[in-house]
Design a protein around this ligand. Structure first.
Ligand SMILES: Cc1ncc(COP(=O)(O)O)c(C=O)c1O
Length: 427
């Protein structure tokens, strides 16, 4: 990034959030990520350098990536540059090449073919495409958890209301991964058509055993849909290895992309099963109105339609590039190191109970906890006074507080959060 651009960006960000303090960002901030000599996930200096890649202020610890992620300058600049370029000629900028490039990068990040990827505006849009596109009819049953985010609840409830599908629920168990598979299996009946679960729950961040659920679903001839809003960009995985039929995620959380970006994966063999319902320009693979001939686009592009913001798609590409430069393995190591520090620290505080799983294979970079003496809303307000941005979790009656740790968070911020929780109760 050019120095002048950096200052423009920093100034803009400071104006928007009404905070100062960016002047302390020295030349380090304008050094591109690739100038760092050797990436080592154990190297605190490297992560300090990573932090300078974001306009995030040091005055507030932003610990709500599960809600929205912060974008690095690389993303903000990519969006601005594309917008500047396109507005000079007033074109949409739509052409197949960049489309393929960003989807290829997304496919590499998430372990699938680019032709199985559709751009969406958010995870909820992807969920709606699957929910409304599957051939589900009155009396068909689906299984889901009691810990869903509203985005993966309301579309199904609307379908229940409209078409009369039946929703069967299980509460995710932190006892073991197998216990969750058993709970799902117990709910399967002859009418079950679909299992819809989050990859990691929005409530406690529990990573669910998708591969095992996929094997179960396949054995029973049931579809498996995964709400991946909380996992793309948090840790490395391959959608083909997970084996689900469809997966929807946000680009604006752990992926660090621009707000209002998302990706929908539909397994090749499911493209003709999940019917596109909102269609238009770009959804088709050729048509002739006079002859009444129409084909869907052969790829998941069939779920896209009409004019969209090209700068945002380029920004998502820049975000994927940013993640790939650091490497998902390194990012996951960092996230785990921060969340484990938080998890262990919280467990040592009197009256605090941590709801996120003990098992390191089920625990994500979302850590959720409760204070026996303080309602979670009050605790969140207390943490606000320490300039800590957290998120209250009311879903599933969990009534707790959730802290997200991503690559831009620091051990100091985690310690600040722990101190604030300790100070919340003086009894
Ligand atoms: C598990 C889960 N699903 C869906 C969503 C909705 O995401 P979006 O706002 O991108 O639609 C969220 C957002 O927090 C989430 O946590």
């Amino acid at each position: 990034m050019r120095r002048s651009d950096f200052f423009k960006t920093a100034l803009g960000a400071a104006t928007v959030v009404g905070l100062s303090g960016f002047a302390s960002n020295d030349d380090e901030a304008i050094r591109p990520l690739e100038t760092w000599p050797r990436i080592d996930a154990e190297d605190e200096q490297f992560w300090k350098f990573v932090r300078t890649q974001f306009p995030l202020t040091d005055e507030r610890a932003y610990m709500n990536t599960g809600g929205l992620g912060a974008s690095p300058y690389a993303v903000i600049d990519a969006v601005k540059a594309k917008m500047d370029e396109l507005e000079k000629v007033a074109e949409t900028g739509r052409s197949d090449e960049p489309w393929k490039d960003v989807k290829t990068a997304a496919g590499q990040l998430l372990g699938c073919d680019p032709t199985e990827m559709a751009f969406t505006r958010n995870a909820t849009e992807g969920i709606n495409i699957v929910c409304n596109g599957l051939p589900l009819k009155r009396g068909d049953e689906m299984i889901t958890t009691t810990h869903e985010h509203v985005g993966n609840v309301v579309p199904w409830l609307a379908l229940l209301k409209r078409e009369g599908i039946v929703i069967r629920l299980f509460e995710p168990s932190t006892a073991s991964a197998q216990e969750n598979v058993d709970r799902v299996e117990k709910l399967i009946s002859k009418k079950t058509r679909l299992i819809s679960v989050p990859h990691a729950t929005t409530t406690t961040g529990q990573i669910l055993p998708i591969r095992a659920l996929s094997a179960l679903a396949k054995a029973k001839g049931i579809w498996l849909f995964v709400d991946g809003a909380q996992t793309a960009g948090m840790f490395p995985f391959s959608l083909h290895e997970l084996g689900c039929d469809a997966y929807a995620t946000s680009g604006h959380k752990w992926m660090l992309g621009p707000k209002e970006t998302g990706l929908l994966y539909v397994r090749k063999e499911m493209l003709d099963v999940i019917q596109p319902k909102f269609v238009g320009a770009y959804s088709d693979g050729g048509f002739d109105l006079v002859k009444a001939i129409f084909n869907f686009h052969p790829t998941a592009q069939r779920y896209e339609y009409g004019t969209v913001s090209i700068p945002l798609r380029f920004g998502l590409g820049a975000a994927i590039n940013f993640l790939q430069k650091i490497g998902m393995e390194n990012i996951w190591k960092r996230n785990q190191s921060l969340s484990t520090r938080l998890f262990k620290g919280l467990k040592s505080i009197p009256y605090v109970s941590v709801l996120s799983p003990e098992s390191s294979t089920e625990r994500s970079a979302l850590v959720t906890f409760k204070h026996e003496k303080i309602p979670f809303g009050d605790l969140q307000r207390h943490l606000d006074t320490y300039k800590l941005r957290t998120r209250g979790v009311g879903e599933g009656g969990v009534n707790a507080l959730r802290i997200s740790t991503h690559l831009y968070n620091t051990p100091d911020e985690v310690d600040r959060a722990l101190e604030a929780v300790k100070d919340a109760y003086k009894g």
